[in-house]
Design a protein around this ligand. Structure first.
Ligand code: C2E
Ligand code: MG
Ligand code: MG
Length: 251
């Protein structure tokens, strides 16, 4: 663990963790409304994707430090954009590890206060799997986060085992439907009925729907037609370096 901690601290010190931003679009206006912060580690100009280090950090607990680092970087960016009169909201991925930490919400609020950012500009993306492991714990965490004013999003919806019982127990603001639901969507009417029903149900529950992994115009037009609220994916843009994101979407 000491070696892992040393390596992590070295990475922080050398600013090896870089935040990328993938824009999210309002499906009706096609305007950018927000972005998802996605972390990469850059060593000697080589980009290391999160799947190569996030699971390791979840195991050894360093994920808490990493997620706090990401949030702080996000606060700095939001503060900068705010000063230009740009009010986008940014979503950050929250590891399941945080759910069991009752102090986590306060930690987040302290960070936000330091940069004068309202929690209503931060969306917390939590994976469905995280919630399923312990519904009661997750419900309490949700209540704490809502009391503090955060927007809560369920990430990768539909790929876990108990998506629907989770919806029954946890109050969320945003449902982020897993990209697997777009696979072969135009091959089978059955697939479309499932996706359309998820969106309908979410709307009846007053939950905003986001589709991730939108790859082409046909998917985009279909999602717009069935009323999916927010769209994200390579069709619009890939995750970008902050400087590139700002060039394209801020100013
Ligand atoms: P996620 O939160 O579900 O993020 C969506 C992933 O889909 C991202 O991969 C994104 O680059 C990718 N993606 C976006 N558009 C498309 C598309 O059109 N097609 C396809 N096939 N993929 C698309 P990425 O950046 O490799 O991140 C993977 C996962 O790592 C994320 O999944 C998230 O669970 C985790 N992650 C990333 N950053 C953080 C972080 O700061 N903290 C934590 N705890 N987890 C993070
Ligand atoms: Mg996510
Ligand atoms: Mg996702």
């Amino acid at each position: 663990m000491n070696k892992q901690l040393e390596d992590f601290e070295k990475a922080i010190k050398n600013k090896e963790f870089k935040i990328y931003m993938q824009p999210k679009f309002d499906s009706r206006t096609k305007k950018v409304v927000g972005a998802e912060a996605l972390v990469r580690r850059v060593v000697n100009n080589k980009i290391i994707m999160p799947k190569y280090f996030i699971p390791k950090y979840e195991e050894n607990g360093l994920i808490t430090k990493l997620d706090n680092y990401v949030l702080e970087e996000v606060c700095i960016i939001l503060q900068k954009w705010k000063s230009k009169g740009k009010y986008l909201y940014i979503s950050v991925n929250e590891s399941p590890k945080h759910l069991s930490n009752e102090e986590h919400g306060k930690e987040l609020i302290n960070l936000l206060e330091k940069y004068n950012i309202s929690p209503s500009h931060i969306e917390l993306e939590v994976t469905e799997n995280a919630v399923i492991q312990d519904i009661e714990k997750a419900r309490k965490a949700q209540e704490r986060m809502h009391e503090l004013g955060f927007i809560i999003s369920m990430d990768d919806f539909g790929v876990g085992y108990s998506s629907f019982s989770m919806l029954k127990n946890i109050i969320i603001d945003v449902l982020k439907i897993d990209k697997i639901f777009l696979k072969d969507i135009f091959k089978h009417r059955r697939y479309q009925i499932i996706l359309e029903s998820i969106i309908d149900m979410a709307h009846k529950l007053r939950i905003i729907t986001v589709m991730e992994g939108v790859k082409n115009k046909k998917e985009m037009e279909y999602l717009q037609e069935i009323g999916c609220d927010i769209l994200q994916g390579y069709y619009f843009d890939k995750p970008l370096l902050i400087s590139e994101f700002e060039k394209k979407y801020i100013n």
